[in-house]
Design a protein around this ligand. Structure first.
Ligand code: NAP
Ligand code: MG
Length: 485
């Protein structure tokens, strides 16, 4: 059949990935001491945000369940894992990494269903980087004496992660912790527990000693009980700045070491000498990748005034080709918003942006009838004072500001309580170095954006948190010689 002509050139035939490869059980218990057990508490449902279909009933861990998990982790630490030579621990990590690769398609499909993100991203970004993290830290397990932080682990790590990269955030937390000889109790986000529970099965398949990894599901109260448990030696948290601050207060004055990976409001800075078509690709990747549910998303576009109109025209043309819809369709660029709550937050802040006088634009696009959706959106005439320029929207919404000189770009980029990442687009190497030195951001990408590699440390300044994940620096958070906090 001939392709029907539309304003975006042509329509795509759907190319849905089969979900037959995943076996979602009607209900899940908690993963404690190497097996799935019933919780003492209540349960909750996880849904597919693209259809609102209920996927499974999930146990909600209460304080007694958290205590059991921490006890299992302590036993495993004292009796097995904390004493095992690094070369032996490495074998388990390599095995887990290989199983993740072997079961990659299953993990990718499950992540897309539970989170709403496009299969193109889970398949080509999330899962390969998850495996790479386990491979990378497996390599460190028997070389910790060269880390610069000694080789003595901390003990039991309590880890709490968000819903935007469920399995990737798990890998960032669990791989370095285990490589250094710690045991873990991890709580995934309430809306995205399924890949963490499949990871628990992978731990069983890898014959990981019981209690080394424990997965407890639940809401904020479960996370609070975990970080507050007196026998946890290390708290690792990724999530919002508000909850991060509450956790910092809760553990202040205790023996616990803490790392916090929090929110962001990154500037993506385009100079007039940049290759503009590539820059437009980088702007699109920076804010529309993963529906903009990215802590380091390039949510503030700073464009040099002399090319602002040109860049905006090219950006709008490109945005009109983005395909929003079924996360399992291989053509999809933008999937579903993760939850009704998150959609309400995005809508509220976007409406405020309009009320404050910014110009709002989205390409014409038909959104599915069920599920949670938001079109790719750009705001122009934004000033530093606008709330959309200051607050994290955590959705596919871009604010455009202009600048005239590099000094003005630096000042505007740094005028935020956050400091996680930034992007610089220019033809001049010297300008890249100049900007990288001036920008108060943990990561500065040059002529690219949203690149993640396990060998490279990632983390924030200011209210984006403290501590680094990834690379040699990531070991510091899990070794006695490496923690300054
Ligand atoms: P969130 O509300 O702070 O939740 C994060 C995790 O903490 C979830 O597992 C949550 O459980 C749990 N939690 C909630 N209240 C808690 C409490 N009082 N004590 C302990 N745990 C608690 O964040 P989110 O909305 O899920 O995630 C989005 C945020 O994460 C954004 O701000 C984003 O920038 C940030 N993020 C940062 C990074 C980074 O590396 N810097 C990476 C990814 C995301 P529930 O699931 O039940 O809410
Ligand atoms: Mg879900």
């Amino acid at each position: 059949m001939a392709a029907k002509k539309t304003s975006t050139a042509f329509e795509y035939a759907p190319a849905p990935e089969s979900r037959a490869i995943v076996d979602i059980k009607p209900s899940y218990g908690l993963f404690v001491n190497g097996e799935f057990v019933d919780g003492h508490g209540k349960s909750f449902k996880t849904i597919s945000p693209s259809t609102e279909e209920v996927l499974a009933e999930i146990a909600e861990a209460d304080e007694a369940d958290v205590d059991n998990a921490v006890k299992a982790a302590r036993r495993a630490y004292t009796r097995v894992w904390g004493r095992m030579p690094g070369s032996e621990r490495a074998k388990y990590l390599f095995r887990i990494a290989r199983i993740i690769q072997e079961r990659g398609r299953e993990l990718a499909v499950l992540e897309s269903i539970d989170n709403g993100k496009p299969i193109k991203e889970t398949r080509d970004v999330d899962i390969p980087i998850v495996a790479a993290h386990f491979f990378y830290y497996a390599g460190w397990a028997d070389k910790l004496e060269y880390s610069g932080y000694g080789s003595t682990p901390l003990g039991v790590a309590g880890q709490v992660i968000p819903w935007n990269f469920p399995l990737l955030m798990l890998a960032w937390k669990i791989a370095p912790a285990l490589a250094c000889g710690n045991t873990v109790v991890l709580k995934p986000a309430e809306t995205t527990p399924l890949t963490a529970l499949l990871f628990a099965e992978i731990c069983q398949q890898a014959d990981l000693p019981p209690g080394v990894v424990n997965i407890i599901t639940g809401a904020g109260a479960t996370g609070q009980a975990l970080v507050g448990h007196p026998d946890v030696d290390k708290v690792a948290f990724t999530g919002s700045t508000a909850v991060g601050k509450a956790i910092a207060k809760a553990v202040a004055g205790s023996h616990k070491k803490v790392t916090l990976e929090l929110g962001g409001k990154a500037a993506n800075i385009v100079f007039d000498d940049a290759p503009l078509d590539q820059a437009v690709e980088g702007i699109v990747n920076g804010i529309f990748f993963n529906q903009g549910h990215v802590c380091c998303a390039g949510s503030r576009l700073l464009v040099q005034e002399s090319v602002a109109d040109d860049v905006l025209a090219r950006l709008k043309r490109r945005m009109a080709t983005l395909r929003v819809g079924d996360p399992l369709d291989k053509n999809t660029d933008i999937g579903a918003i993760n939850s009704a709550e998150q959609l309400a937050k995005i809508r509220e802040l976007s409406d405020i942006g309009e009320a404050e006088g910014a110009g709002r634009w989205s390409p014409p696009c038909e959104l599915p009838k069920h599920g949670f959706w938001f079109p790719p959106t750009v705001f122009t005439n934004v000033t530093q004072a606008h709330r959309i320029a200051r607050e994290e929207i955590f959705g596919p919404v871009l604010s455009v500001l202009t600048f005239r000189t590099p000094a003005e770009a630096v000042e505007k980029a740094n005028n935020t309580p956050y400091g996680l990442s930034a992007g610089v687009w220019t033809d001049k190497g010297s300008r890249i170095l100049h900007m990288a030195n001036k920008l108060r951001a943990g990561v500065v990408w040059a002529n690219t954006f949203n690149k993640f590699d396990p060998t490279s440390p990632f983390g924030g300044y200011k209210e984006s948190g403290y501590g680094r994940e990834g690379g040699r620096h990531g070991l510091a958070a899990y070794l006695k010689g490496g923690v300054e906090q």
